[in-house]
Design a binder for this molecule. Sequence first.
Ligand code: GLY
Length: 417
Amino acid sequence: MKKWSYKWWLVVLCAAWCGRAGVAYGQVDVDRDLAYCHRQVARALEGLKKNGGWDYAQMPRNILAADLEQGRTQWNCRPATPEEWCGGFWPGVLWYDYEYSGEAYIGRQARNYTASLGYLADREPYDHDLGFLVYCSFGNGMRLVPDAAYRDVIVGTAGQLAKLFNPRVGTILSWPREVGKQGWPHNTIMDNMMNLEMLFWASRNGGGKELYDMAVAHAETTMEHHFRPDGSCYHVAVYDTVSGDFIKGVTHQGYDDRSMWARGQSWAIYGYTMVYRETHDPRFLAFAQKVTDIYLKRLPERSKDWIPLWDFDDPSADAPKDASAACVVASALLELSGYVASEKGAQYRAAAEHMLASLGRSYQSGDRCVSFLLHSTGHHPAGSEIDASIIYADYYYYEALLRLRRLQRGLPVLGIG
Ligand code: GLY
């Protein structure tokens, strides 16, 4: 009898494994992955309990590679202050878990953590991250358990964010603190696109038309200046406050000024998809596809598993991955797939499913710690959160899985609010 080569044994083993898992290789087992997220949330909540209770003003932020090496499996937390941009993601994770499980206990925890951020509606803005802070928390809460008090917080916070809008430039100032420090008179970072979702919602819910106009102006100005001809973006666009002119595009968290920082591009993909949903303006739909297509075109260059390097242009052989960017992009593509012609939509959805399958197969933390995912990169140039679990990866992972489940059930993808 002819001897089987090792390749055939590999195929047989792979098929056996996939059969055991009840899912074909490359497909997402949504039910399995959602159940996994739910279990990890329960473990995390237990770990966060101190002296029989929870400090709701301490928000999970990261679990570092060094923590794992030293056997620490729980989230490192940061206070729910305006300086900590990630404070809204853990309440958002809890809201997604409540959406998935319907458990009253999870709903209570979501409410309690969310409440710690409500004061931001009455505070002068520290920077542009108010959308991440308040809309991922209160916005998801508003969607699942509508509440006039939540609406007031969102509308109030949108009003605070609007104070950073410069009409001469046509964008929101992202980092007031960097104006003097870096000499960036008016700086806007790509991440800021994400905060527009809160302005759109607030405009529809009592905040006034100006908020809508600001969001559209921000998206238009960013579209004009913040991108290279191929559709890849700078992290930071610097503008003149007097003339309103664009001065330069530079990086802060990417490899260099000309590189494609993975998460920056993911914010652009998600941001323009969301702006199209809110405006139905075909210019934004075309642009969402442009910024997506350069990402998908370049992805296989050095990432064989659909998860990007932290920066597409980092030449080093051991450049770390950024699972968080893949989560943001997967979630966005599931939405974008519903807005474009069927053939292209199928390509976007297939790409998103490949990303989620890869995350489910090779990036889940499992027993190693309580996060959903490993291998995200926060601020590489600063040497911070490299190859780590980071809370926003988990937030967008849960969101993407819930979006995929909706699509599988024949339902459209929704925004937060
Ligand atoms: N500055 C937000 C981020 O790291 O994507």
